[in-house]
Design a protein. Structure first.
Length: 180
């Protein structure tokens, strides 16, 4: 029996998109990930960062006590990427691509094509494709993501880019988005 070489694969996503996804899934009431861990986190972020909101009136206006997107961005900037939380910290810190030499990089934005290439290149059987790569609908940037950043002060987006810059550069993501 021929021994095959193990291939190392990393999947990455545009940091701006990833941040919106983490916020919507983890810190917004009613979201699937808004649970015993993330609800208190969302409330703490609201309490600590609401005074930094661009809209002065919203700093004191009554709300549901959970983090706004702007609060979340201020938190990420202040904590340098979210205190090692796997949903919002840096890929370069989580996956250590400078030390681990990945054979393949799958980008969320081109996932369908990247997975097809990988399946063919590695000669993965149809049976294993269904188990490890279930067919699905993968989408990249949406108008929803863009709307989050359109409502964000440009200086805040620039600071966020600076915090996540290494991931943008390492994985060849364009800084041009979001346009605000």
């Amino acid at each position: 029996m021929r021994k095959q070489k193990l291939s190392l694969v990393i999947m990455v996503r545009n940091p701006f998109d990833r941040i919106v996804s983490a916020y919507v899934d983890k810190l917004v009431p009613g979201a699937p990930g808004f649970n015993y861990f993330y609800e208190p986190m969302s409330r703490k972020i609201n309490q600590k960062y609401r005074h930094l909101r661009h809209d002065v009136e919203s700093r004191t206006r009554a709300d549901n006590g959970t983090a706004t997107f702007e609060d979340f961005l201020n938190y990420l900037i202040d904590t340098d990427g979210g205190e090692d939380n796997p949903h919002f910290t840096f890929y370069h810190a989580l996956c250590n691509p400078c030390k681990v030499h990945y054979d393949y990089i799958i980008k969320f934005e081109t996932m369908q094509e990247d997975i097809e290439f990988l399946q063919n290149y590695l000669n993965i059987s149809e049976e294993h494709r269904k188990i490890f790569f279930p067919p699905g609908r993968y989408s990249a940037r949406t108008d929803k993501v863009k709307k989050f950043y359109e409502q964000t002060p440009k200086e805040l987006t620039n600071k966020l880019y600076s915090v996540y810059k290494k991931d943008f550069v390492l994985f060849d993501y364009d800084r041009a988005f979001p346009a605000n």
